[in-house]
Design a protein around this ligand. Sequence first.
Ligand code: ADP
Ligand code: MG
Length: 226
Amino acid sequence: LRVEMQNTERLRVISELTSVFAHEIRNPMQATRGFLQLLNDPDLPLNKKEYIKISIEELDRANEIINDFLSFGKPSVNNDEKVDVGYQLRRVVNIIQSYSLHHNVKIHTDINEDCWMYANHQKLNQSFINILKNAIESMPNGGIVWITCTSTDDGYIKITIQDQGIGMTKKQIDRLGSPFYSLKESGTGLGMMVSFQIVRSFKGKIQVNSEKDRGTEFIILLPRIS
Ligand code: ADP
Ligand code: MG
């Protein structure tokens, strides 16, 4: 239990620090990336081209880590407000649209608005984005992601995010959310950790149903304002 507490505390500090610095770090990284591209002269010797390529890849990797923590909005203090989850989900779908098209993935939604809860909408959206990104990435040849949002009779808002992707084994599901657990070539292994932590902080729950080579369903339950 003690270890668990220390971990939670550590993760809280990590995510808060990241929120504060992410935007400030992104700008100089972007500038550096731009100049590296300018340096990439066609006449350069091969080994120098390779150094530039590696530098750009490493910058992109750092940017991915920031995205998994904070792809949404400016950092904000921990201020919970009344949030319409359905409305926020629609915003998330809009934001991820170009990413999904790029992956040949269509997003179908059945979202009821008027699903209210207390939350920080930027954190909430970050947790949706990380799950949705994984759903899209799970279908290397494209496909459909279904998103639903409804109120339940027992006081929850129920969000489902379903893909037809590569799926997971039981073992893989159990490891979801551990820091740096990733099966992707250039994954961060931070997205699920962040999503789980955010949902937990709002007293919500995440269930995962998955079948290898069939697909995955994330069910997110969040306490609604009655
Ligand atoms: P990353 O996406 O950077 O790998 P995440 O923490 O977001 O890190 O996800 C961890 C791992 O969980 C992924 O690498 C993937 O193996 C697995 N995973 C998460 N969501 C899905 C999904 N919808 N379908 C299949 N595998 C998934
Ligand atoms: Mg991810």
